[in-house]
Design a protein around this ligand. Sequence first.
Ligand SMILES: [Zn+2]
Ligand SMILES: [Zn+2]
Length: 147
Amino acid sequence: MKHIDDIQKELKAKDYKMTPQRKIIIDFFLKHPEKHLSAEDVFLEVKKINPDIGLATVYRTLELLADLEILKKMNFDDGKFRYEFSNEEEHHHLICLGCDEVIEFENEVLESLANVIAQKHGFKVVDHQLKFYGYCKNCTQKGKDYI
Ligand SMILES: [Zn+2]
Ligand SMILES: [Zn+2]
């Protein structure tokens, strides 16, 4: 589990300061590690803590943290980017088209399959992400329209 001090060190090593706004935003991620947060999600919550933080600041901060590889920027094709800490365990995502829920999963068979495919093509994989689109348990139970 990451601590704010670790991130402060990472910022410092790259010549960036931990400003109060950055701290609030990073704290928010630390408190919601399981979530895949968009700039809007972050903005709605952090402005309750500090009403001076604007959406533009949140966008800029998230871009910076992604550039510094502290956060990972992800596109789940739902019209917004989402962010999570970049050094999480290797995991993949199930994305619900009904309620936007994102479920994480890990699977060793998938990892070894990825290795087999890479080897077969003499390809050096540096990153990979698998996304399954569909409907979560809640959504399929609620309405049969999806099935
Ligand atoms: Zn759902
Ligand atoms: Zn994730």
